[in-house]
Design a protein around this ligand. Sequence first.
Ligand SMILES: C[S@@+](CC[C@H](N)C(=O)[O-])C[C@H]1O[C@@H](n2cnc3c(N)ncnc32)[C@H](O)[C@@H]1O
Length: 258
Amino acid sequence: MIGRSEEYEKMFRIEEQLWWYRILHERVVDTIVHFFNGRRDVSILDAGCGTGGLLHFLRKRDYTTLRGIDGSSDAVDFCHERGLPVQLVNLNELTGFEPDVLYDVIVCNDVFCYFNNDDLTRLLRQLARRLKPGGILISNNNAFGIFQGQHDLAVGSTRRFVQADFDRLMPPTGLNIVRSTYWSFLLAPLIVAMRQWQSWQLRLGWRRAENAQSDVYLPSSWVNKMLYTIVRLEGKLFQRTPFGSSLFIVSKPTQAVE
Ligand SMILES: C[S@@+](CC[C@H](N)C(=O)[O-])C[C@H]1O[C@@H](n2cnc3c(N)ncnc32)[C@H](O)[C@@H]1O
């Protein structure tokens, strides 16, 4: 994704309104409220923060101790436009970034898909070391190969995950999964159909891979509202759902007790 300026621009323009980002940001806040009893002074690092949508959302909800890092100068510039404390850092070189600072919460949303298993293991180990006692790592990830479509090509994502991947990857890095769910379950058939249609268009040569577009665009306002309502309701009704295009995981350093 790094270097694809148009994708960062799209994200920056619509992440406050698009149903998918709103649901994800609310899910992150709900998680922080749950684990920290509503405290607003928890220190939060958004690692791979993109154009700063989540940090902006957290700041509007009175979270005071925020920090972001990203490996894209486009992303960092957009964050600075929002006045956010964000620095250009390659997550493969996280050891060099303020090594003595620890966080209550580290968020790493839709970033792990850019790492192979070896680099991801190294990154998870680093993230685990940066958590204060009682701290949590929150991570959203694209899930299940069946959802692969031109969106993945457009954002340069190289893999999709299932829960078993993290069950295998996390424990050796000192992290223990304490909560996880796939989402959005109710919209899954619609998203599968859309992504499969995109894949077939690519396979049949009706669409060229280099012209692939991400799904980051704003539908009409009533569609956006309807999708938001369905998925928000799903989150309220079910703590955990077994299938969906994303996998949301909360983990803690192994020695921590839930
Ligand atoms: C799909 S975007 C997600 C952005 C943001 N977390 C969000 O939820 O909107 C992936 C982000 O990871 C960043 N990224 C990918 N590889 C990285 C690396 N090695 N170091 C730092 N950032 C990286 C990209 O620049 C991009 O902003």
